[in-house]
Design a protein around this ligand. Structure first.
Ligand SMILES: Cc1cc2nc3c(=O)[nH]c(=O)nc-3n(C[C@H](O)[C@H](O)[C@H](O)COP(=O)(O)OP(=O)(O)OC[C@H]3O[C@@H](n4cnc5c(N)ncnc54)[C@H](O)[C@@H]3O)c2cc1C
Length: 504
């Protein structure tokens, strides 16, 4: 059943067992799984089935730290959430990503990769992917490719799988609107999480439409699935009973905001067509998965666990993408994406101009950002159209984040050079990064981090807010560390796991 909140009587009160707020991939997956388990759900969504300017404007916020994308462009506020924009690049987190790593402060999840694996298998289906297998050994033979032998044990080849990409709002619209026990309330913005007087649980959720209709939800249980920025924002803004905000007794809500720094490109791989064995590397291929689905697969290299340990770096994924230099455009060095064209030597430029025997590949590195207390989402004094304080994003990275990329690039240069694949051209001989900082991937993580205790995090291993009897959080805000894998597959896996927990 679907209700337009703008058409309700002002002051309407709604009762429900579970109220999920936010209908992105986290909220939709959770609603569908709970429906299957026979649990009644009210799914409250800020937008509708299409976008609306007044609703989009609620996402306006300040960027005060490292340069970042406009906060409106980074998210979508409608049914289906930001999967209306996403590119579908998927990978699970790696085993080491979950571990406490002595060289990374605040690392370590209170659960292991093994705990998530059964849920990753089901998340693959939601994201319309192949089977849960990201090994190079499985995928390379399916595209008839002889694997490129890496000369040492510093890097390992694996793959990303690409979702079509699944637009959750389109693909799951019917299942949600016709799903047993699911009520969908559109155009309703959560504006206040109201706690019981003793602060022990959420008593009600105050929602408001952009047209000014106030609606109150009285849930037995609540799941916040608003995305990593908005989860923190609403918890910080709800100060009626807990003056520091909901779940924020230890000042951790909004702290440790993380992204995946994208150094795209980190360098260039120059390959001589006649001499190289580059044909052996599947960069971007289509393959048929064991479940019969045609899946686009892209190979990537990442540092082995041993290499991460000895070098004391984070995780990172390196992908090669061939630059198209044949054609009229190619005479213009501007076609080289990235920042380094000014620094390319005349000889190198000669080599990559049309007619030469050289192909050029962009070496793209997407890396882990380690938890950093000074990287934050906070509230400003300005209110949005429904009266909620807007946010300021202060994205900050640490030294180790750059080290991860430079060590990875140097290892790749040794691997490609030593293996006879080609030569990496980097902006400087010591692989230092260019002056301009990298962008991110629109991956917002860490603002309500999961931990073993309330001293270290906002939610426990079941995603339940410490200190509250009936409030959980879904989405990548709960990631205490984020590896390098794009987050959505893990978001969906955690949502399936949370549904199982709530159904019990
Ligand atoms: C351009 C782009 C490309 C991307 N590519 C990839 C990719 O290749 N791979 C990948 O893994 N990820 C990618 N992402 C990130 C991906 O889209 C997010 O990880 C994912 O959508 C997060 O899911 P979510 O459900 O937690 O939040 P969202 O998808 O943001 O959904 C949150 C929902 O909550 C609603 N909401 C917000 N505030 C309120 C409120 N106050 N009251 C009620 N409802 C509210 C919103 O309207 C929205 O529907 C990309 C993102 C962008 C922008």
């Amino acid at each position: 059943m679907v209700t337009d909140a703008r058409e309700l009587q002002p002051g309407t009160r709604l009762q429900t067992d579970v109220c999920i707020v936010g209908a992105g991939p986290a909220g939709i997956t959770l609603a569908l799984e709970l429906s299957k388990a026979g649990v009644g759900v009210l799914l409250v969504e800020s937008g509708g089935f299409e976008t609306d300017q007044a609703t989009t404007d609620l996402n306006v916020g300040d960027v005060v730290g490292e340069p970042y994308f406009d906060l409106v462009a980074s998210r979508l506020r409608l049914f289906g959430g930001t999967t209306g924009h996403w590119e579908g690049m998927c990978r699970p987190l790696d085993e080491l990503d979950f571990e406490q790593r002595s060289w990374i402060d605040k690392s370590g999840w209170p659960l292991g990769r093994g705990d998530l694996e059964p849920f990753y298998v089901r998340a693959q289906e939601y994201c319309q992917l192949g089977e849960f297998d990201y090994s190079y050994a499985t995928w390379a033979p399916r595209v008839d490719i002889t694997p490129f032998e890496l000369p040492d044990d510093q890097l390992i080849s694996e793959v990303y799988q690409f979702s079509p990409p699944t637009r959750f709002g389109e693909v799951y619209r019917d299942s949600v609107t016709k799903g047993a026990g699911i009520e969908l309330l559109l155009w309703a913005n959560l504006v206040d999480i109201v706690l019981a007087d003793d602060g022990s649980h959420v008593r009600e959720l105050a929602c408001r439409t952009t047209t000014g209709v106030d609606v109150t939800v009285e849930p037995k249980r609540v799941v916040l699935a608003l995305g990593a920025i908005e989860n923190a924002r609403l918890m910080l803004a709800s100060t009626g009973i807990a003056s520091a905000g909901v779940g924020n007794a230890n000042g951790l809500v909004g702290k440790y905001f993380m992204e995946h720094p994208h150094q795209v490109p980190a360098g260039f791989l120059l390959v001589s067509r006649s001499e190289s064995e580059m044909g052996a590397i599947p960069h971007q291929v289509g393959a048929t998965a064991a479940n019969g689905r045609d899946v686009r697969v892209v190979s990537c290299m990442r540092p082995t666990d041993a290499f991460q340990r000895t070098e004391e770096i984070g995780n990172a994924g390196l992908v090669l993408s061939q630059l198209r230099l044949d054609g009229e455009e190619s005479a213009d060095p501007g076609v080289l994406k990235g920042l380094y064209t000014d620094g390319l030597s005349a000889t190198t430029m000669q080599a990559i101009l049309p007619g030469s025997d050289v192909t050029v590949w962009s070496v793209d590195i997407r890396s882990e950002q380690v938890p950093n207390a000074s990287s934050t989402i906070t509230l400003t004094d300005e209110l949005d159209g429904v009266g909620v304080p807007r946010v300021a994003m202060d994205w900050q990275r640490a030294e180790i984040d750059d080290k991860t990329v430079t060590v990875m690039l140097a290892a790749a240069a040794r691997a490609f050079g030593g293996g006879g694949a080609g030569r990496i051209w980097a902006p400087s001989p010591d692989m230092a990064l260019p002056p301009s900082p990298p962008g991110g991937g629109f991956h917002h993580m860490g603002t309500t981090r999961m931990a073993g205790s309330a001293q270290d995090g906002v939610v426990d291993s079941d995603c339940k807010v410490f200190g509250l009897g009936n409030c959980w959080v879904a989405g990548s805000s709960v990631f205490p560390t984020g590896g390098f894998a794009n987050p959505t597959l893990s978001i969906v896996a955690l949502a399936v796991r949370l549904a199982e927990h709530l159904a019990k």
